[in-house]
Write a protein that binds this ligand. Sequence first.
Ligand code: XIL
Length: 387
Amino acid sequence: MARVNHKLLQRFIKLLGVLVVCITAACSPASTQSQLIKPTRTATAQAMQSTPQLVAPTLRSLAQARHFYIGSTVDVKALGDEPVYSATLAREFNMVTPEVSMKFSETEPQRDVYTFAKADSIVAFAQAHQMQVRGHNLVWYTDLPAWLTNGNFTRDELIAILRDHIMTEVTRYKGQVNIWDVVNEAVGDDGNLRDSIWLRGIGPDYIDMAFQWAHEANPQARLFYNDYGGEGLGRKSDAIYALVKGMLARGVPLDGVGLQMHISLDSYPYPQDVLANMQRLTALGLEVQITEIDVKTQDDARPMQAKMTAEAQLYGEMLQTCLSVTRCTAFVMWGFTDAHTWIPAYTGHPDYPLIFDASYHPKPAYYSLMQVFNQLSTLRSKPGPSY
Ligand code: XIL
């Protein structure tokens, strides 16, 4: 009986692995996007200086070459605590969204007392790594400080509070944060405006006012309405469409709509409906972005491997859809590693909704996004804006 040479077999398997990675990612036509970089000044690198290293493409390099933004939220604690977190973030993304650090309760915990240290650290990180920051968010129905929700304020007082909050935050980051989710989740699942302290205390005008103030504070900023559950076609997306169309007709300074895209393996909009929705929004002259995608996996009974394959397919299809619309300018994930995702705390169950596993290894979803970028071998016809 022939004996297997284990060493040889191991080498063969290793080579096969390299080839598979090469075929799925780096060696397709877009590998022309690989950067030639000079080795760093270590002893080994010095010896290699005459032969520059070929660096495999990252999501960031592929997106950038196509004039596109690929992003993730930032968990400010992980950013400070884990070098692998910050290194992966800077390597793979050219856009970041603070996950909580720019929200109302974080930035104005007491009336007129502003705390920007955490948001500042994210903005500084982004600047150091030439990344765009999506400011998130200025007006929301939740994550509000107790002084505000318990305050029994009059309409005029609430208007003054909201105006001060928006003016202070947008002005602080003028020139550094030039894209904002001004109003977040103002439409309810039934298509009516959602009950909130703002709707109750000010009336529906609060939405137009918020955009006017943000524009006044930073006329260069691109201002977005951002929501979930209205990505495809249906009652809620019709309501969002009607809302933004009305705002434009009233001359409100609105530049875009953020489609959050918190989806799950057993519940997601059809990509062709997302495409149709993006097309009708961009036909109004608006920009669109996917702003918070993650894929909840806990309700699917299949084995893990099958779930990760299905997750990869969904990520790929949604990126593909966005890239096929010229004015869809960014694809932002609500986190990038399963080690830091909001879903387990939100649902009470473990989950695996992102593109890197908890040990920061790329998952099938990561390679799926790469493949979609690689298939788009030409540049997008119109460069995305620089914020
Ligand atoms: C979530 C954060 O991920 C959590 O850490 C926080 O406790 C609550 O908010 N839609 C949004 C985001 O617009 O701001 C939400 O983020 C997730 C849903």
